[in-house]
Every structure is written in structure tokens, then in C-alpha cells.
Design a protein around this ligand. Sequence first.
Ligand code: NDP
Length: 322
Amino acid sequence: MQQQAIVVNEPADANGLELGQVPVPAPGPGQLLVKVAATGVNFIETYQRSGVYKVDYPFTPGSEFSGVVEQIGDGVQNYKIGDRVATASGTAGYAQYALVEAKRAGKVPNAVDLRIAAALPLQGMTAHYLVHSSYMVHSGDVVLTYAGAGGVGLILTQLLKLKGATVITTASTQQKKDLAKAAGADYVVDYDQVAATVEQVTGGAGVHAVYDGIGKDTFETSLAALRRRGTLVLFGGASGQVPDFNLQRLNAGGSLSVTRPKLDDFLATEEEMHWRFGDIFGWVAAGDIDVRIGAQFELAEAAKAHAALESRATTGKVILVP
Ligand code: NDP
């Protein structure tokens, strides 16, 4: 059986995302074939499409999607056809049907819409590990982050507030600032106001931690914002990757720490994945955190979705619907 899927044939700009016809894959041992309800669009797919991250071409992006189990591979115990599932670790999700290892998927609570379920796993579990594992936030910490109205940003701010932190964040437009404020951020400022705001809020001491997903453009500001023994969690490069760095600067800056994590390493075991997945879906089902879908595109419009993300035109989550 054939299906529609997005195919990238070589490193390219957003226009390299072309709608094609490909076979529906068959689930191998331990795998689920999912009829996709919605696919989450993430920055990593722009890095893969453009060649910043290495992939084999032709390539169908998409690790995050939700849907209904259509077929089950040999040896799968805990799922049945018709189950509502979501994942951050599937393959080729820019399609009508996609595969995921059963142990890398989770069941979606009935209270959570499948479109929200496509918007939550990757950015939600990222915010979860940032706050609980990369730098463990304590009540009373003052924390700096950026892009407070972004996909990760909106969820991260809500988790930081649940932990009792004071949150300083940025946004580039008034609409984005309003969204970041509504998510609970204490201070939402322009990028060029970060240093002054950190100075004022911390009385010159600096913040306990910075979560920086912008990278090249913000790295220096992030380092300068830290207090003695503060931690910089560099988790992305929306503005470009940070160039090589002299470690002695961490000593001179006050025994600082810098870490450069990625989600896969914080979903290292089935138990760890289910802990994070269960927490975030539970919080959404209970109404403790809110997930904003800022834009929805048809599968054939994947190029528009990437262009919107890369041009800073989006808020919250971007999803594709086949
Ligand atoms: P966002 O929805 O946050 O979109 C990126 C935002 O960054 C923009 O909307 C914009 O907000 C801001 N930005 C600032 N400078 C630029 C620039 N030069 N180009 C583009 N955007 C810029 O994206 P995501 O939530 O999907 O991802 C945020 C970051 O998190 C990315 O770097 C991504 O790679 C990273 N990430 C890392 C993971 C990990 O495990 N390491 C996992 C998931 C995501 P504004 O206009 O308000 O400035």
C-alpha cells in the first residue's frame, strides 16, 4: 500500500521538503505501525533537512507524532490495535503512517486530544529533563531562559513556576511577550534588556541557571548572567551553533558549569521515558500545564511550517496534519 509522505532528497532549504508517494512500512519485531493523527514539527528537523545534522537521503523527517495503532509487530505485549499513542522517538513521521518501537511510545490519556498529544512529547519531555535532570531547579532559584513564547519556552516556564523559580525570559514581539507572561514568566524582556534585568532582579549576583536554546546569539549573555557556580544549560542553536570555547573561561567566570544536553540521553531507558511521558501527560490531563498549538499545517505544507519556524514567526507548537 502507498501513502503520502514528505521526502527530502538532499540538504536543502525549506523548499526541499517535497510531498511524495512511498510504501506504508511494515512493523518489525517490537514495533507499532501508527496511523498518524498529527506530527510535531521541531527545530531538529530543520537541522537534518539543511545538513547541519547528518542523515541519509532520501529522508523523511519526523520523530514526534500521535495517532492510533494500526498494526503490531511480533513480540509486542502492551499494545493493541486501536490504542491512542504518542512518541518523541518514532521515525519518518511526516507521513500518513509511521513506525515506532513499542517501548519508545506511550499511551495517550483519554482526556488529551490527539493533536495536543503530537505537540507535547518532544518539547514537554525536553522541558521536563531540563528542569529535573540537566540542572535541577530548586524553589527560590532565579532562572534565565529565552524565547518564552516558543514551543519549549511556554512549557519550560510553566514547569519552572511549578518548581517555585523566578523566571526571566525574552520574546521578540508584544504578542509573544503576552503569551510568555500568561505562561507565568515573572520578567519578559527584549533580548538587549537581559543583562540589565538580571542585574536588577538578582541585585548583581547573577542567576542560578540559564536554559539557552538560542545558542550563537545569546551564549555570551548567558555566561555573563550566571552567578558564582551557576550552570548554563545550552540545549539548542535556533540562531546557530556556538563556536569553539575556551574552558578556562569557566574558571575565570566563577567556577561555572556548562552542559550541552540532548533529549535522547534523558530518555535512556524505558523507565526514564515513561517517567517523563507519564508526568507531562498527567499534568496536561489534570490541567496543571497548558499546551499551545500556535500553527497547524497540512502535510503537503511542511515547507511552510519549516519556513515559519526558522523565521521566528511561530508561537508554541507547530503541527502537521496528514
Ligand atoms: P521555538 O518555538 O522556541 O522557536 C525558536 C524561537 O527562538 C523563535 O520563535 C524565536 O523567538 C527565538 N529565536 C531567537 N533568535 C532566533 C533566530 N536567529 N532564529 C530563529 N529563532 C530565534 O522552537 P522550539 O521550542 O522547537 O526549540 C527551541 C530550541 O530548543 C531550539 O534550539 C531546539 O533545537 C532546542 N531543542 C533542544 C532539545 C534538546 O534536547 N537539546 C530538544 C528540543 C528542542 P523570539 O522571536 O521570541 O525571539
